[in-house]
Write a protein that binds this ligand. Sequence first.
Ligand SMILES: CC(C)(COP(=O)(O)OP(=O)(O)OC[C@H]1O[C@@H](n2cnc3c(N)ncnc32)[C@H](O)[C@@H]1OP(=O)(O)O)[C@@H](O)C(=O)NCCC(=O)NCCS
Length: 172
Amino acid sequence: MNNNSVTSVRRARSSDQDAIISVCKAAFETKDEAALVKELTAQGCVAELLVAEVSGSVVGTIIFSHLEIVCADKTVDALALAPVAVVPEFQNQGIGSRLVSEGLKSCREAGHHIVIVLGHPEFYPRFGFSSELAKPLASPFSGDVWMAAELTPGSLENVSGRVVYAAPFGID
Ligand SMILES: CC(C)(COP(=O)(O)OP(=O)(O)OC[C@H]1O[C@@H](n2cnc3c(N)ncnc32)[C@H](O)[C@@H]1OP(=O)(O)O)[C@@H](O)C(=O)NCCC(=O)NCCS
């Protein structure tokens, strides 16, 4: 059965918090991502938070948190996409893709320019992410899993610096 036809994606409300945590616990093997989402929310790091609903139940979520790219002459605001999660019963039905594409649209409409992701190299390029764009961005990560997307064309031009994630990620 393809449940995507009855899926809606919307901005999360504070009343969705428990459902979002449940989705993360169901989608990931450890509780680390659920704990991360709780901390990002508690510490005010969240820029955009969306949920996917099927028949009124939350089955997926995506979170974008604030980060900074510290360059030699400036600091550039950007977002981290992490995590995105869909409960196992509803995976591979297009819900994760809708969360990413509608999440990026929300970020663009909210005035954000750059999004960074550490993720699957065959999944994220279809939404505009590129490992080439991320090469000038220093972090503990590299290679084809380390990607960036410009929400406005050219926003990564002349941006070369160190990525500083929100504190709950615990990435130095
Ligand atoms: C990754 C995830 C959100 C994708 O959601 P989804 O609703 O299954 O995605 P869609 O149906 O829109 O797209 C499925 C595509 O995602 C790919 N995919 C599956 N697991 C993936 C993963 N861990 N990371 C990236 N892509 C993945 C599938 O191969 C498929 O690719 P295809 O379109 O080329 O066939 C979902 O599988 C999930 O929650 N996984 C567990 C949590 C996770 O690993 N999150 C990503 C890291 S933060």
